[in-house]
Design a protein around this ligand. Structure first.
Ligand code: BES
Ligand code: MN
Ligand code: ZN
Length: 487
C-alpha cells in the first residue's frame, strides 16, 4: 500500500507531480497558484477538460507535472465524489507511470472527505499480483503521497488519512483472500489467517471437526461431508482495554468453494465461486485492524468455513441436519448451503450474549437479480441496528437496501418432516427466504443480515467507480470498522 505522509507547511522535498482539483462550471483550480493555474487550465481545456466529475488530465509547467481532477459542481460535492476522484488519480498515475505525488490539501474539504479521497487512492491502486510472473516492467502506481496541509489542520488531516489507511488495509486483505484460488484459500488457510491475528487484545477459539461434533454443529459438518478439507468454526474475540460500550458479533459465511454439492452448479456459475467466502474475508479484514483502531466495543468475529463439494460422503438432498441451537433442517438442495453453515455460526454468536449481530454472506443469486452488483440486500429483526449499519455504509459509500422479512413467507420453508427446509419455492423471494431461515438462529438478539452476493465481487470494472477493481471488493470491511468506531 502507498505510504502517505502529512506535511504541515514544511518545505521538505516533495515528489514533482502535483494534484490539482477543479469544479465544474468554475474556471481554474482552487489549489493552485493563480499564474500556474491559468497556464495549466489553458492546456487542458483544449483537451476537453472542464472539471466534470470523473475527469482527469495531465499537464506540465515549469518542470513540474500536474494531474488534474474534476469534481463536478461544488454544490454536489460529497465524500463519494472524493473517493472516486482519489481512485481516478490512482489509475491516471499508473497510466502515466507516476509513483510519487504531492498535493496542497484545500481547506475546503471536510475530514470525512479527506478520509474518502485517501480510500479512493488506496483502493484504486489495488492490483492482485499473486499469480503473475511477468511484473518487472509493470507500472507500480502511487507509492508515495505527500499531503501538504495548513498547520492548524495537520492533526485532523492526519487522523482522517490514518483511518483511511487502516480501513483500506483491512479491505485489501479481504480482496487478497477472495481473489486467491479456491485450492490456495482453503478453510485451513482462513483458520491460519485468524491465528495470525490472535495476539494482544484479540483471542482466538478455533473449533475443528471433533469439537464441532461435541457442539452439535450439524449444519457446518453436514455441508462439509463432501469435501476432503476439514471445516472450522473460527471465533475471534476483541476486548478493548477499558470498559466496552457494547458488544457486537460479526459473522461471515466462509464457503471457500461452492460447487453446489450434489445439487451441482453448472460450470459457468462455478467460475467465481471462490468468492463464496467474502463474508468470512470481511470478518478477518475487520479484525486485522482492531488492535490499531482500538474501538470501544467488544467484538466477536465468527466464521463458519468449509468447502461445499460433491464427494462420495457428501450430504444429500433428503438429509436432515441439526444446528447448534437444536433446530432441524431438511436439506432439499445442497446448493443452499450458506444458510446451513450460518445456522451454526449464528446460534454460536447468539450464545455469546451480544448486543447485536451483523452477518455477511454471499447467500443468494436472487439478491443479485433483485439489486444487481452494486447493492447489498439488508434484512433485520431490529430496525434500530439496521439504521446504525446504514449510517456507516452510507459514510463509506457501500450501498445497502432493505428487503422485508415478510413473516407470512415463513410458510414456504415449512418442512414435512423437520423444523424447516432449506429452500422455498423456486422464483419466489429467494433472498427474503434466506433471511427468514437465518432469523431462526439468532433468538432475540438484534440482528442484521447482509446478503452481499452481488457487490462482494466485480465481474468487470465500472468506469465511474474506479476504486472497485476486478474480483473481490473487500466489501463491508470499511463500513464495519466505521460502525465499530462510531458505536
Ligand atoms: N453462493 C451461492 C449464492 C451466490 C450466487 C453468490 C451468485 C454469489 C453469486 C449460494 O450458496 C447459492 O448457491 N444459493 C442458491 C440458493 C438456492 C439453491 C435456494 C442460489 O442462489 O441459487
Ligand atoms: Mn450454494
Ligand atoms: Zn454458497
Amino acid at each position: 500500500m502507498a505510504q502517505i505522509s502529512v506535511v504541515a507547511n514544511a518545505k521538505t522535498s516533495t515528489p514533482k507531480t502535483w494534484v490539482l482539483f477543479a469544479f465544474d462550471k468554475e474556471e481554474g483550480f482552487f489549489n493552485a497558484a493563480a499564474k500556474v493555474g491559468k497556464n495549466l487550465w489553458k492546456q487542458i481545456k483544449e483537451e476537453g477538460f472542464s472539471g466534470k466529475e470523473g475527469q482527469a488530465a495531465v499537464a506540465h509547467w515549469d518542470g513540474q507535472r500536474f494531474i488534474v481532477l474534476g469534481l463536478g459542481t461544488k454544490k454536489e460535492l460529497t465524500s463519494e465524489t472524493l473517493r472516486r476522484a482519489g481512485a481516478k488519480l490512482a489509475r491516471k498515475a499508473r497510466e502515466v507511470r507516476v509513483e510519487g505525488v504531492a498535493v496542497e490539501w484545500p481547506r475546503l474539504f471536510k475530514e470525512e472527505q479527506t478520509h474518502a479521497f485517501v480510500e479512493g487512492v488506496l483502493l484504486g491502486s489495488y492490483q492482485f499480483n499473486r499469480y503473475r510472473t511477468q511484473l518487472k516492467d509493470a507500472p507500480k502506481g502511487v507509492q508515495k503521497f505527500v499531503f501538504k496541509v495548513p498547520a492548524d489542520l495537520a492533526f485532523s488531516t492526519n487522523k482522517a488519512i490514518q483511518s483511511a489507511q487502516n480501513y483500506c488495509e483491512g479491505a485489501l486483505m479481504a480482496r487478497d483472500l477472495i481473489n486467491g484460488g479456491p485450492s490456495d484459500v482453503t478453510p485451513r488457510v482462513l483458520a491460519d489467517a485468524a491465528k495470525k491475528l490472535a495476539k494482544g487484545l484479540i483471542k482466538l477459539k478455533l473449533y475443528s471437526t471433533k469439537e464441532l461434533e461435541k457442539m452439535g454443529a450439524g449444519g457446518l459438518l453436514g455441508v462439509n461431508r463432501g469435501s476432503a478439507e476439514p471445516p472450522y468454526l473460527i471465533h475471534l474475540h476483541y476486548k478493548p482495554a477499558g470498559k466496552a460500550k457494547k458488544s457486537l458479533a460479526i459473522v461471515g459465511k466462509g464457503i471457500t468453494f461452492d460447487s453446489g454439492g450434489l445439487s451441482l452448479k453448472p460450470a459457468g456459475s462455478m467460475e467465481t465461486m471462490k468468492m463464496d467466502m467474502s463474508g468470512a474475508a470481511a470478518v478477518l479484514g475487520v479484525f486485522s485492524q482492531l488492535a490499531k483502531l482500538k474501538p470501544n466495543v467488544e467484538v466477536h468475529g465468527v466464521i463458519a468455513t468449509t468447502e461445499n463439494m460433491p464427494g462420495g460422503k457428501a450430504y444429500k438432498p433428503g438429509d436432515v441436519l441439526k444446528a447448534i441451537n437444536g433446530k432441524t433442517m431438511e436439506v432439499l438442495n445442497t446448493d443452499a448451503e450458506g444458510r446451513l453453515v450460518l445456522a451454526d455460526a449464528l446460534s454460536y454468536a447468539a450464545e455469546q450474549k451480544v448486543d447485536g449481530i451483523v452477518d455477511m454472506a454471499t447467500l443468494t443469486g436472487a439478491c443479485v437479480v433483485a439489486l444487481g452488483g452494486l447493492v447489498t440486500g439488508a434484512m433485520t429483526n431490529d430496525p434500530k441496528l439496521l439504521a446504525e449499519v446504514k449510517k456507516s455504509t452510507d459514510a463509506e459509500g457501500e450501498r445497502i437496501w432493505e428487503l422485508p422479512l415478510v413473516k407470512e413467507y415463513k410458510d414456504d420453508i415449512k418442512s414435512k418432516i423437520a423444523d424447516m427446509k432449506n429452500i422455498g419455492s423456486a422464483g419466489k423471494a429467494g433472498s427474503i427466504i434466506g433471511g427468514l431461515f437465518l432469523e431462526e438462529f439468532v433468538g432475540n438478539t438484534p440482528w442484521v443480515h447482509l446478503d452481499i452476493a452481488g457487490p462482494a465481487w466485480m465481474d468487470g470494472e465500472v468506469s465511474s467507480i474506479p476504486y472497485l477493481t476486478y474480483g473481490g471488493t473487500g466489501l463491508m470491511v470499511r463500513s464495519l470498522l466505521h460502525l465499530l468506531e462510531n458505536a
